[in-house]
Every structure is written in structure tokens, then in C-alpha cells.
Design a binder for this molecule. Sequence first.
Ligand code: 4NP
Length: 158
Amino acid sequence: MKPARFLFVCLGNICRSPLAEGVLRELAARRGLASLITVDSAGTGAWHIGDPPDLRSIEVARRHGIDISALRGRKVGKPDFEAFDLILGMDGENVRTLRQLAPTGLEGRIGLFLRYASGRDQDVPDPYYDGPEAFERLYQMLEAGCSSLLERLEERAS
Ligand code: 4NP
């Protein structure tokens, strides 16, 4: 089976989506499931193109044994809708922006991360203006979501 190609999308591509990218890649590797997926991340905004992740995301990832410091921000673009099978927004606003950008016929690739991952119709809230404790909550949310997502893929692959 070809790997499922995931693109995680948030607003800035410095807090939520690069952390989600690092978590999914690492959980897949730890569980011997790396061949099931490829993963990347992008933002709907252009403010942080070329920037490393927010230090608070780098730090919370590091505390959980994951290095996301080499990732760099980029903006989602039309070619991404061909290049990825699943384009998952972290919140409803991200999903709405993705729907406006999607080429005709490829809107079906868009989803809300937690709904796709675990069937919960819930946003991953933007932690940008919050304190460091919000980043641990963010990490836990993303780890639970990525874990469910991998279980889903594993079931499908077996
Ligand atoms: P993210 O968080 O969407 O999780 O990367 C944000 C980062 C930066 C900004 C907004 C949200 N910003 O306005 O620069």
C-alpha cells in the first residue's frame, strides 16, 4: 500500500501544525509504522514563511523526545491539494480557508484534524497568545489525535 500523504495546516505554521507533524512522524517511527505515512505542515498565513517553529512548540516537543527545530514555516498553496491525500486543518477557520483555496474536485481531501483522527468534532485551539501550560495541553491533544489516526491507518492496512 502507498503511504498516506498528510498535510497538517494551521494559521501560522509555527505552533500547532509543525508540532503535529513532528508528533505524527515520531509516533509512527516508534510504532514501526513509518512506511504507512508521509507528513508535512503548512500555514494559511504568510507571516512565518521560512521561520522555525515557535520556541514553546520546540520546547514541549523536546521534553517529549521529539526534535522539530529544523522545520521551517511555509504557506499552503494550490499544488498541495494534488501532492497530499489528506489536508487536515487544526481548527474550523483553517478548514474554511482551505475550502476557499482548493481546486475544484479536490475539496474532499480537506478535513478537520480531530474529526478525521478520532471522530471528535473539536478544534485544536490556537495557543499563540497563551502561556507555556497551553503548549503542554496542545501536545497532549496532538499526541492523542495522532495516536488515534495511526490506529485507524493500521486497521486499514491490516
Ligand atoms: P499556529 O499559531 O497557527 O498554531 O502556528 C499562530 C502563530 C502565529 C500567528 C497566529 C497563530 N500569528 O498571528 O503570527
